[in-house]
Design a binder for this molecule. Structure first.
Ligand SMILES: [Zn+2]
Length: 324
């Protein structure tokens, strides 16, 4: 069982509002940035203090609400916007990186991302599937138009000023490259104080989707499971996630999250065992979806098919033998 190490954050999350900023350690402040979206009331920014300097991790969505939350937290920390030394994002998603450009403009600090997400953020791919891919997935003609339409808003371009790689430092914190949620997702580890910032790679109550960024080197499912294994092996750390509340029970939550993805692969494997030639559409239509497959539409349908395809690729490439 995981347990919340901040009852205030947990209560706010469960009530659907953003928590007050709070000290996590004598040089770390957690800042809940409002998101105002159902089931997702906030994202967390973190202020990492290093002498007078502040490294801001995941400034959150663009806009006035995020700006106010960050400024209030800087005041709580006894710092001001000109003390910001760097703006680090755990990955490229707008609820983490979106406000970075505004903060860069106000502070003059550089935006720092893992190289894989820096590349994807600077030249966002058109995420809409192609006609060929939809045919390949066996999507019925009647459903293709809505999938080809793609997202309603074009993705925002953010150009990073510096890139990060495995083993780099952000002040005292060490960068762990943990691909899965995106190819360039990172965690930040403070071994001395036993703290781990996980972005969306590991969350207390949600299992995030896979490969929601640029291209991956290998199977996003395998990469994510390897990242979770690695995090689980770090010991009993306090986890500071991108959404939810801070908690202990790192190994348990990593195992639960891995089991969720494994169940998905197992479901896909069971469909393929009975029907080895099943298309991605046929497989997806036989999996369990929270609201039912028929209710999925537009972006969510495209995303469901993409996640199904990752699992199908993994299952089809697996050597016969013991499963993990
Ligand atoms: Zn994300």
């Amino acid at each position: 069982m995981i347990h919340a190490t901040s009852p205030a954050q947990r209560a706010a999350w469960e009530a659907g509002r953003a928590a007050e900023p709070e000290w996590v350690a004598d040089d770390v402040v957690a800042v809940a940035v409002p998101m105002d979206s159902p089931g997702m009331p906030s994202s967390f920014a973190y202020l990492l203090l290093d002498g007078d300097a502040v490294d801001v991790v995941d400034p959150g969505l663009p806009g006035e609400a995020a700006r106010r939350a960050l400024d209030a937290a800087l005041t709580l920390a006894g710092r001001a916007v000109h003390d910001v030394r760097s703006i680090v994002a755990t990955h490229l998603h707008p609820d983490h990186l979106g406000g970075a450009a505004d903060l860069r403009e106000r502070s003059g600090a550089p935006i720092v991302l893992h190289a894989a997400d820096a590349a994807a953020a600077a030249a966002p791919l058109d995420r809409a599937p192609t006609r060929e891919l939809l045919a390949d997935w066996g999507v019925p003609e009647s459903q293709r138009a809505e999938l080809l339409a793609g997202p309603r808003r074009p993705p925002t371009v953010t150009v990073a000023d510096r890139t990060l790689a495995e083993g780099d430092r952000v002040g005292r914190w060490r960068v762990l490259a943990t691909p899965g949620h995106t190819a360039g997702s990172i965690c930040l580890l403070d071994e001395e104080r036993g703290l781990l910032l996980t972005g969306d790679e590991l969350l207390p109550t949600i299992v995030a989707g896979l490969a929601l960024g640029g291209p991956h080197a290998g199977s996003p499912v395998e990469e994510h499971l390897a990242s979770l294994d690695r995090l689980a092996g770090l010991g009993d750390l306090e986890v500071l996630p991108g959404h939810g509340f801070r908690f202990r029970g790192l190994a348990e939550r990593a195992a639960e999250t891995a089991a969720h993805h494994q169940r998905r692969s197992d479901e896909v494997a069971a469909v393929l065992a009975g029907d080895p030639e099943a298309t991605i559409w046929e497989i997806a239509s036989r999996l369990t979806w929270t609201q039912g497959f028929a209710a999925l539409a537009g972006f969510y349908l495209g995303s469901a098919l993409r996640q199904t395809a990752f699992h199908a690729e993994r299952v089809r490439s697996e050597e016969p033998g013991p499963r993990r």
